[in-house]
Design a protein around this ligand. Structure first.
Ligand code: BV8
Length: 235
């Protein structure tokens, strides 16, 4: 088995950077439940509403106060100083891991700062505002641009490579994810079955805490740096 460490992150790692989680008390975005807006059907039915939903999140992510926190920075340090491969599989569509310095990051559910064209399939950096009349810079067709994110019912990105990594890692850690969304919520079982040590770092129990050999309760910005220090000390 390789010394690889796989870290799955969810909305909770970005909470202390000021990005609301999906299941926060209100669980609403602009008065919409994500599950109601983050679907191909919602985009088909009301593309302008879905564009507004993502334009608002893109603007928030790019606003001054939103920066990587100590948890993102600790994972970047882990990648730099650990004597083995570190893969971050994130369910988040923000770019805070990259801005913290992580390079080996896989966005399972896409990226808010990218857009794709349903006409020519090109994926490129998104403009701050996308709309129903936006014209694809690649093929020139209007009205076919969408956020490059994976909606409910759509195929996650990079699944094959992720499953290969899970089947050959020595440590699997999940940070700030409620374990509600599949296939990500099932990753701990794949890693555990392959013999990896498993640890969950979360403020509260998740839907899959039972699947972890170890759980650490507390905010990511303090728990993740502590965990990274231990991994690097014991490596
Ligand atoms: C798939 C991008 C098939 C968009 C997201 C019917 C039809 C089709 C599929 C399904 C179906 N029924 C069920 C499914 C499967 C479905 C699913 O799981 N639905 C759920 C609702 C039951 N999944 C899918 O559709 C996926 N695709 O199944 O394709 C397939 C699968 C495998 C193989 C072949 C084919 C695609 C799902 C992707 C949806 N897109 N995001 C966008 O962002 O707008 S999901 C979105 O919600 C996020 O990406 C994230 O994944 C999820 C939110 O989850 P979390 O990240 O965990 O966040 P949450 O708010 O829930 O929890 C926060 C956690 O942090 C909490 O635990 C909290 O305690 C903790 N926390 C808070 N603060 C802190 C903290 N922890 C530490 N420190 C803190 N400070």
């Amino acid at each position: 088995m390789s010394r690889r460490i796989v870290v799955l992150t969810g909305a909770g790692i970005s909470a202390e950077s000021g990005i609301r989680t999906f299941r926060a008390a209100d669980g609403l975005w602009e008065d919409h439940r994500p599950e109601d807006v983050a679907t191909p059907e919602a985009f088909e039915a009301d593309p302008a509403l879905v564009h507004r939903f993502y334009n608002a999140r893109r603007a928030h992510l790019s606003s001054d106060g939103v920066e990587p926190n100590a948890a993102h920075l600790a994972l970047a340090r882990l990648e730099q100083e650990y004597d083995g491969d570190v893969l971050i599989v994130t369910q988040n569509i923000d770019d805070l891991h990259e801005r913290a310095g992580s390079r080996n990051v896989l966005h399972l559910h896409g990226e808010l700062l990218k857009m794709s064209c349903t006409e020519c399939a090109a994926v490129r950096d998104a403009w701050p505002e996308l709309g129903v009349d936006s014209i694809c810079p690649g093929c020139g067709v209007s009205g076919r641009l969408r956020p490059h994110v994976v909606w409910f019912g759509e195929m996650p990105i990079g699944l094959e490579g992720i499953l290969e990594a899970l089947e050959d890692c020595s440590v699997f850690a999940a940070v700030g994810t409620s374990g509600n969304v599949y296939p990500a919520a099932g990753f701990v079982h794949v890693a555990a079955a392959a013999g990896a040590q498993t640890v969950e770092l979360n403020l509260e129990p998740s839907e899959v805490s039972f699947g972890f050999a170890e759980v650490r309760r507390g905010p990511a910005a303090s728990e993740v740096p502590r965990w990274v220090d231990e991994v690097l000390t014991n490596q």
